[in-house]
Structures are given as structure tokens and as C-alpha cells.
Design a protein around this ligand. Structure first.
Ligand code: ADP
Ligand code: MG
Length: 323
């Protein structure tokens, strides 16, 4: 069991940002409306994620840190229709195998909760405590017991930029959730959680850039798309300018990015990317999200139709704008 956790950790926990991604996904799955993230030293010395979601029952807390202890798959058939973000039951045990974890959680507003502390997979403390409803996860000294992995970590600045990317994607994916992100005592991101995607874009890209973005919206029997795309003047040199969400999940998908760029084809200088947030919705059976363990890659069952749809939707949005 311990070995299995360490092996799984190698897959799930590549760097601080992968921990952050898993823990935010859990908070989202738990229905949180506020998610507050604190990091120190690029997340290597500390990562803390506090949510106001449904919390974990005191008697389930220990189990949540056991392998394949997911509460999210009821039947085998559910594997083919994944609606919640997490579904593998590997994140918590993997993280706890390679860090010092403190989790405080309460599943109702009675004030009764439980705290669990685990270091390198070994339980150190399990006690009842008073706690507000929700979950408060603190991850300290990531990779303290896997020096080879720790050595591979880059500068604080690099790890911070990976953390920021995760926050940006999650905030853009969930305009109804109020996110804060502070690093080494400085608040870097604060979204309102009022459902307004443009406000989230403003918190991330700046007010002027967000204001200049064009609304996009299109329907198809199999798909719907909405989001914001930039005027061709508002470009970046980095592919991260483009955020693709499929059924609420951030993915890396050439099948969406390429037709987007194709729509800008004659408007865009070479090696520039438009700021864009594309929110695609489709029936879960039309997309396979289980291609990669980090769940960033997807396969679409009707890819060429999807490509045509995306290109058309972006062209339409750009065409409604006189420039
Ligand atoms: P998965 O998300 O794939 O189910 P995890 O290892 O990430 O697996 O989490 C294990 C279980 O712990 C989840 O299924 C859920 O029941 C519970 N859990 C984890 N984080 C939270 C949270 N922030 N709020 C409520 N429950 C949580
Ligand atoms: Mg999870």
C-alpha cells in the first residue's frame, strides 16, 4: 500500500502545481463557493487550500487518504460518464505519501470536525476539533522524503508561475467561485465569484485587456461553446494565453486550439496567440477524459465536426467586431 502510494505519487504529484490542481478540483467537487489558496516558496515549503464546501465526515477522513477511496464513482458504468472532476481516488494518498499534510474538515455547520496529520504516509494525529464547514488542507515540505524529486524542482519563480497557471485556469473555469491566491504574503489574484467571466478575465489579464475581449457563443446539436476571445491586437507570445475548458475541465487540446488559431489566421502575427477562454460543453460520452493520468488531455469522438464548429464560432465572434 505504501509503495503503491509512492508510485502513484510519481504520476499524480509532479510538482507543487499538480498538488494545487488536485486539491482545487476536490474543493470544486465539494461544491465550494470560496477557495482561498496560500503558498510559500513556490508551494515547496507550504501550500494551503481552504474551501467552504461540503467537507468530509469525521469518520471518513482517514479513509479519504487511502488509495482508491474515491466517493465519486458509484458504479462501473459511471466511469464512462464522468461529471465530477476527480474520479481516481489517488490524489490524497499520493500527496500524503510525499509531504507533511494537515487536513481539518467539517461536514456540517455544527462546528464539529476532525483533524488528521500525515507525514510521508504515516498518520501522526487524528483528533476531533471544532471547525467551520469545509476543508482546510495544509501541505508542508513537499518531497521531503523523495530527495531525487525535490532536486528536480526549479526556482521559486518557475514553481510560482505554474501555481498561477493552475489558479488562472480554475478561476476561469469557475466564475461562480471566489478565488484568492497569495504567495509569500502578497495577494496575487482575487476573483469575485459572481459568475461574470469578464471580471475573472480582468483579475487575471488586467482590466483593459479584459474589456477588449469579445463575447463568443454558439450552439450545435452536439456541442455548445461560449467564452471570450481577444481582439487580434491583444496577443501574447505564450500559448497559455488560450484557456480551453471542456465540460468545466481545463484541457490541452490541439483539436480546439488549432481551429481557434485558424479563425484568426489572417489577423494574427506569427508566434502570437490571442487571449481566449473557450468553454465547450458536450455530452460526456463524446469526450474521453481518461487519456492521461494528469487528465489534461482528451480525445473527442467526432473531432473533425468539433474543429469545424470551433473555427466557425470564433470567426463569427471576430466577424461581429469592426476593426
Ligand atoms: P477523488 O477526488 O478522485 O475522489 P481524492 O484522493 O482527490 O480522490 O479524494 C478522496 C476523497 O476525499 C474524495 O472522493 C472526497 O470524498 C474526499 N475529499 C477530498 N477533498 C475534499 C474536499 N476539499 N471537500 C470534501 N471532500 C473532499
Ligand atoms: Mg480528487
Amino acid at each position: 500500500e505504501h509503495l503503491a502510494n509512492q508510485i502513484a505519487a510519481g504520476e499524480v504529484v509532479e510538482r507543487p502545481s499538480s498538488v494545487l490542481k488536485e486539491l482545487i478540483e476536490n474543493a470544486v467537487d465539494a461544491g465550494a463557493t470560496t477557495i482561498d489558496v496560500t503558498a510559500e516558496e513556490g508551494g515547496l515549503s507550504l501550500l494551503r487550500i481552504v474551501d467552504n464546501g461540503s467537507g468530509i465526515e469525521p469518520d471518513d477522513l482517514r479513509t479519504a487518504f487511502q488509495r482508491h477511496a474515491t466517493s465519486k464513482i458509484a458504479t462501473g458504468k459511471d466511469l464512462f460518464q464522468i461529471v465530477t472532476l476527480g474520479f481516481r481516488g489517488e490524489a490524497l494518498p499520493s500527496i500524503a505519501a510525499v509531504a507533511k499534510v494537515r487536513c481539518v474538515s467539517a461536514s456540517d455547520s455544527s462546528g464539529l470536525g476532525r483533524v488528521l496529520e500525515i507525514e510521508g504516509g504515516a498518520i501522526k494525529i487524528e483528533e476531533d476539533v471544532s471547525a467551520p464547514q469545509g476543508t482546510d488542507m495544509t501541505i508542508r515540505e513537499l518531497f521531503f522524503n523523495t530527495p531525487a524529486r525535490l532536486k528536480y524542482m526549479r526556482t521559486v519563480q518557475t514553481e510560482l508561475s505554474h501555481l498561477s497557471d493552475v489558479i488562472y485556469r480554475q478561476a476561469l473555469a469557475h466564475p461562480n467561485i471566489a478565488f484568492t491566491f497569495a504567495h509569500n504574503g502578497t495577494t496575487l489574484v482575487r476573483t469575485q465569484g459572481n459568475g461574470d467571466l469578464r471580471q475573472v478575465a480582468a483579475a487575471i489579464y488586467g482590466t483593459a485587456a479584459a474589456k477588449a475581449m469579445i463575447e463568443l457563443s454558439a450552439e450545435h446539436p452536439d456541442y455548445s461553446i461560449d467564452g471570450l476571445v481577444a481582439m487580434p491586437v491583444e496577443t501574447r507570445s505564450n500559448r497559455n494565453a488560450i484557456t480551453v475548458l471542456v465540460n468545466g475541465r481545463y484541457v490541452r487540446s490541439p483539436a480546439v486550439v488549432q481551429p481557434l488559431l485558424q479563425a484568426y489566421h489572417t489577423l494574427l502575427p506569427i508566434n502570437r496567440y490571442p487571449l481566449a477562454v473557450l468553454n465547450l460543453r458536450m455530452h460526456p460520452t463524446l469526450v474521453d477524459v481518461n487519456v492521461h493520468p494528469a487528465k489534461l488531455e482528451v480525445r473527442f469522438s467526432k473531432e473533425s465536426e468539433l474543429r469545424a464548429f470551433v473555427e466557425q464560432a470564433v470567426k463569427q465572434a471576430l466577424g461581429t467586431q469592426a476593426y
